[in-house]
Design a protein around this ligand. Sequence first.
Ligand SMILES: [Zn+2]
Ligand SMILES: [Zn+2]
Length: 365
Amino acid sequence: MNKDYYNILGVNKNAPKEEIKKAFYKLAHKYHPDKKEGNEAKFKQVNEAYQTLSDDDKRAKYDQFGPTNMDGGHAGHQQGGFGGFDFSNFSGGFQDGSANFDFGNLNDIFSDFFTGGMGEGRKEARRGRDISTEVQISFSDSIFGINRKILITKTSNCLTCNGSGARAGSKVETCKHCNGQGKIRESKRTIFGNVASTKICDTCLGTGEVPKELCEKCKGKGVLRREEEISITIPAGIRDGEMIRMTGHGEAISKGTAGDLYIKINVAPHALFKREGNDLVMNLNLKLSDALLGTEYPIQTLDGEIKVTIPEGVTINEILRVRGKGVPVSKNKRGDLLIKLNIKLPSKISRTSRALIEELKKEGI
Ligand SMILES: [Zn+2]
Ligand SMILES: [Zn+2]
């Protein structure tokens, strides 16, 4: 394969950028596969050459190392079926006055062509927008899960016509705009000349038929903006910031698939409990005497009150584990509740206490 980029573009080694650009346009125009004498291989070659020579860095490397040593021999090649066409050079616009091209459609034209769909039009599915919202839940609800209902104002299916856009009992007739074809051929002017393409008919949206009488509520669109109540099942053990995706609950679109709804769950912090993995952690202040002698403490857990046995002689920061009172992991399995012990030392002591502690001191405690 000819890898002499200067040769491909027909310019000499010292050609200024402007000349390279002009040469590229001329050749790209000539070889565009849609043209009568088009040549896809040459078109790609021209494009690859331009990719390198229009970029100062790449050109300098190319001049120094030649085509075979550049970037492992894949000069200017990007992923995708089409060898590195730099669209940014087009949408950036040229100030050379010669350009009256339809830049906005270039991407369409290329993707049409390179997906083999040139002249056939792409059968892209119409899809409504994805939308997102946030829901705040309590810490306890995040552990055990909850069902919540929210109201969202969005484009939804029209309930009067069930999305058909037709008045009840109306007959369906052939779309006059596209003669029932569902698509319309059109010719676009581009830098490569007139390029034929087809697009979906925007009257019937590709179905080829329209209702004779339109639904009054949605004016035949089948969708309209309204408030919709949505039921969300928030699973047990959800974490703060986690996202729930509800397929098809985004915005509806005429004759297409609705987008998705993303719900971000914000979990309010709890005064006592923190979550660590599937365990819940809490702090418990013990009296010095209880720490030394051991006792039973009533503790409010998320499941209600339980009694916890404090063994004698516990130390500060010791952790008691209550099995199965943490975050649900599966139907029959839960994490644990970890109770971190703190021993509260008295800041003031009575005369009696002092005397008793003096006794302890004699005991070596
Ligand atoms: Zn309707
Ligand atoms: Zn139509």
